[in-house]
Design a protein around this ligand. Structure first.
Ligand SMILES: Nc1ncnc2c1ncn2[C@@H]1O[C@H](COP(=O)(O)OP(=O)(O)O)[C@@H](O)[C@H]1O
Ligand SMILES: [Mg+2]
Length: 254
């Protein structure tokens, strides 16, 4: 018997704003792997992530986490499942009325009762992992986009989640910082056995971090494979994306 996937999307359909964005999306994430989802801007990558954590519900199809169908769960039960997750949103999604330290501490305060000193220690430790020091008392409004992103990442990992979803973790970062984030993702997998889904349109990052890559196009996954399999492909559509030749934005449906 093959192991139950950590996450299993089965034939998910979703229409948003009159557009059929997901048109039979089927995809599995296995325990311990880093799965990278690639595809053009506006194709439905963020929408896919939202379905994975139950922030959006499919019009049709199912999403299973560890074999459990989350599409019919009540919000309270979903919260229970989400506790295992860390999520880095595309824009960082920091609360501007709280300090950086308070933002990073949020998941800890929501789910655990730890001594204040321990909270501070964990916040400092996670900020150091994303190469931010002495920023705890700053307000997010004064940080650069790249710094906000890293604060969002520190918050996503502050509770040592088993499963992390990253939405464009390196977008808007300079190459040095992108590499640092990529190394962090790789290290969390190698040292902590974390499973991850990473959405990106940064191909060098995808090749650096992925165990498997899934390409989204026209509402479906058109190919899943190892980085080597993507490099060897003869499919002109995939080649064009992988080798970075630009064309206009893709329409999600014909
Ligand atoms: N809540 C929403 N209401 C209406 N349209 C939406 C909503 N969320 C996303 N969309 C549309 O769905 C498409 C896919 O969006 P998204 O998943 O954010 O793309 P990306 O692949 O760039 O992450 C876009 O055309 C976007 O405008
Ligand atoms: Mg997106």
């Amino acid at each position: 018997m093959p192991e139950t996937p950590l996450l299993d999307m089965q034939d998910v359909h979703k229409t948003l704003g009159g557009k059929h964005i997901l048109q039979g999306m089927t995809l599995q994430v296995h325990r311990g792997e880093t799965l990278v989802i690639i595809g053009r801007s506006g194709i439905g990558k963020t929408v896919t992530l939202k379905h994975m954590v139950g922030l959006m519900r499919p019009d049709r199809g199912k999403v299973f986490i560890e074999g459990r169908d989350i599409t019919t769960l009540r919000d309270r039960d979903l919260d229970q499942i989400r506790m295992k997750f860390g999520m880095l949103f595309q824009n960082g999604a920091l609360l501007n009325s709280l300090t950086v330290g308070e933002n990073v501490a949020m998941p800890l305060r929501e789910h655990e009762r730890l001594p204040e000193e321990e909270v501070r220690r964990l916040v400092r430790e996670k900020l150091a992992l994303v190469e931010l020091h002495d920023v705890e008392d700053m307000m997010p409004g004064i940080l650069s986009g790249g710094m906000k992103k890293r604060v969002g990442l520190a918050r996503a990992i502050v509770r040592n989640p088993e499963f992390i979803l990253y939405d464009e973790p390196t977008a808007g970062l300079d190459p040095i910082m992108s590499n640092a984030i990529n190394e962090l993702i790789v290290n969390m997998k190698n040292t902590l056995g974390v499973s991850s889904v990473v959405v990106t349109h940064d191909m060098p990052s995808a090749f650096r971090i992925a165990d498997r890559i899934a390409m989204l196009r026209k509402g479906r996954i058109i190919k899943v494979g190892t980085p080597a399999e993507f490099l060897e492909t003869d499919d002109p559509v995939i080649k064009q994306f992988v080798y970075g030749e630009e064309e206009g934005p893709d329409e999600p449906s014909e």
